[in-house]
Design a protein around this ligand. Structure first.
Ligand SMILES: Nc1ncnc2c1ncn2[C@@H]1O[C@H](COP(=O)(O)OP(=O)(O)OP(=O)(O)O)[C@@H](O)[C@H]1O
Ligand SMILES: [Mg+2]
Length: 312
């Protein structure tokens, strides 16, 4: 059997509400909250589902929030594999200020995980049968998990012949790339941070991206550029792909939808280029939906067809 595994080391329950005005010192009377599963890898699995695919979500879970997260995933029919931990999973808060339309997003750090716990996650991930064809690692690491955790995943993935796709940032991303992965999707800010320099010129970005491929950091580099689409770089291609213009409603979930689109399309056996087009379509579809809603399948497929016919 062929499968995609998505790893979320720092999943969350996202609690959304709204209030007329956000004013300091006052008690704010919010509307009834809405709860959803959240966090990097979690949204990749949810977006794959929305696009008509399946994946297995692998994540640590603890406390009452952990139970709630498991229930929310069950309700969405997401195949999931929780690893029990002592700590209590985080709950993030998203508040819409109705008078201005501004969204306030409060992110929590996540529970502390012991060495024994994160090592168990790593071992169970690679003992899992069937072995995944694609393994997506995405999002932040909770306190206690060392910054070389993704590098360890990359190393084991390489040894087992699994294609690892990473969407992370900072030190954890850098260490994983030093081991080498199949595909990495930084946005332009994360790419510059990785380089440690503020490259501006397109030619210089292309040069540095090509260097990363040649150094064995990844086989494919997809630098996402927001409304400008993405730069795709592999051993024999450097190409800018511009998405069709869409109405921007909420940018939340663009990156996760993009990663979900790329991996699902690769998994379905499409070419690398078409898979990246599908990812860009999914990212753009996500910005068309309100609040935290991820990409819709119909929008994604329509944008994909447009992209296919407008790019050679
Ligand atoms: N304003 C926009 N219009 C059209 N498409 C967009 C827009 N913003 C993002 N996208 C689509 O989503 C993809 C990913 O967006 P972006 O580069 O903002 O990723 P990101 O910064 O990783 O996002 P996130 O904050 O969700 O992690 C883009 O490549 C593009 O296809
Ligand atoms: Mg991102």
């Amino acid at each position: 059997m062929e499968i995609i595994i998505s790893v979320a080391m720092n999943p969350a329950v996202d609690k959304s509400s709204s209030v007329e005005h956000v004013i300091p010192e006052h008690k704010l009377y919010c509307k009834a909250p809405h709860f959803e599963p959240g966090g990097g890898g979690v949204n990749v699995s949810r977006a794959i589902k929305k696009l008509g695919g399946e994946s297995l979500l692998f994540y640590p879970s603890g406390g009452l929030t952990g139970k709630m997260l498991e229930n929310l995933l069950l309700q969405e029919n997401i195949n999931h594999y929780p690893i029990p931990i002592e700590g209590v999973m985080r709950e993030n808060l998203i508040v819409l200020e109705e008078s201005t339309g501004q969204q306030f997003r409060f992110g929590m750090p996540g529970p502390f995980m012991s060495k024994q716990e994160w090592e168990r996650c790593l071992n169970e991930l690679f003992d899992f049968k069937p072995k995944p064809n694609y393994l997506v690692i995405s999002g932040s690491l909770p306190p206690g998990v060392p910054s070389d955790f993704y590098a360890r995943v990359a190393k084991k993935g390489k040894e087992s012949g699994i294609k690892v796709i990473i969407d992370a940032s900072g030190e954890a991303l850098k260490l994983a790339l030093q081991v080498g992965v199949y595909l990495v999707k930084p946005n332009i800010r994360e790419f510059k941070e990785l380089l440690g320099s503020d490259v501006q010129e397109e030619s210089q970005i292309e040069f540095e991206a090509t260097k990363m491929i040649e150094s064995g950091w990844c086989e494919v580099l997809v630098i996402s550029l927001g409304a400008a689409g993405a730069l795709m770089v592999s051993r024999n291609t450097v190409e800018y792909i511009r998405p069709p213009t869409v109405q921007v409603v909420s940018k939340v979930g663009a990156g996760d939808s993009m990663v979900a689109g790329i991996v699902l399309s690769l998994f379905r056996g499409n070419t690398l280029r078409n898979s990246i087009l599908f990812g860009i379509a999914a990212g753009s579809a996500a910005v068309m939906t309100p609040g935290t809603e991820l990409c819709r399948r119909e929008d994604t497929e329509r944008l994909y067809e447009k992209l296919l016919s407008s790019t050679k």
